[in-house]
Design a protein around this ligand. Sequence first.
Ligand SMILES: Nc1ncnc2c1ncn2[C@@H]1O[C@H](COP(=O)(O)OP(=O)(O)OP(=O)(O)O)[C@@H](O)[C@H]1O
Ligand SMILES: [Mg+2]
Length: 220
Amino acid sequence: MTGALHVTAAGIALRRGRRTILDGVDVDVPAGRIAALTGPSGSGKTSLLTVLAALQAPDGGEVKYDGRVVTPRSRDDWAGRVQIAHQSFGLLSLLTAAENIELAAQGLPGARRPGRAALRAAAADALSRVGLAARADHLVDELSGGEQQRIALARAISTGPGLILADEPTAQLDAENRGRITDLLFERARSGATVIVATHDREITERCDLVLTLRDGVLQ
Ligand SMILES: Nc1ncnc2c1ncn2[C@@H]1O[C@H](COP(=O)(O)OP(=O)(O)OP(=O)(O)O)[C@@H](O)[C@H]1O
Ligand SMILES: [Mg+2]
């Protein structure tokens, strides 16, 4: 099981209490394409990414990878092939950068889980791609916000996933690193991943194959 995933979602609705957070959202991102997800703060970008990652079940509608319905219960079937870089990073602060990245492979079934040396090598490769090779053995607590943001993306690419969901991955970065991370996302799309990136960054949206814009939970 390798290669970019075709991601579709139909009629996604998400409600919290009496609030409607997503309302009838349809998404179709062909395999190997890169889509930007834009919209004002609070419009539902993070919520939609977590639904597309099958981290939470929508109240209506369904998400499919390559035509197969995926739910939080069945997402283990896709372990390692679907990765998300969270807006708030989601790193474990008392582990090192490399250890956090190695955790990305933990959901893989035993037979597909790489050995210790291979995990270490994959983490080192992912760190070098985000310009942080020298930080492998630093505790996350010792790293800056922008460094943590790049480690979250390094973790998301480290298993060679077929779907990468990145939530504002350049929000805390300087121009040089924004360019580096943007190039990395497009390079991943060229080499076998579908990428959906929530962003306000025009340098990203202008280059994407498609742009999805949310407003108050509704796709425009
Ligand atoms: N668990 C929750 N319970 C209640 N409301 C929520 C919950 N999660 C998100 N919301 C609300 O849903 C709306 C969409 O939030 P979301 O985080 O998806 O927006 P966003 O587009 O990612 O915003 P930002 O650009 O600020 O990251 C917001 O109004 C938020 O307050
Ligand atoms: Mg968000």
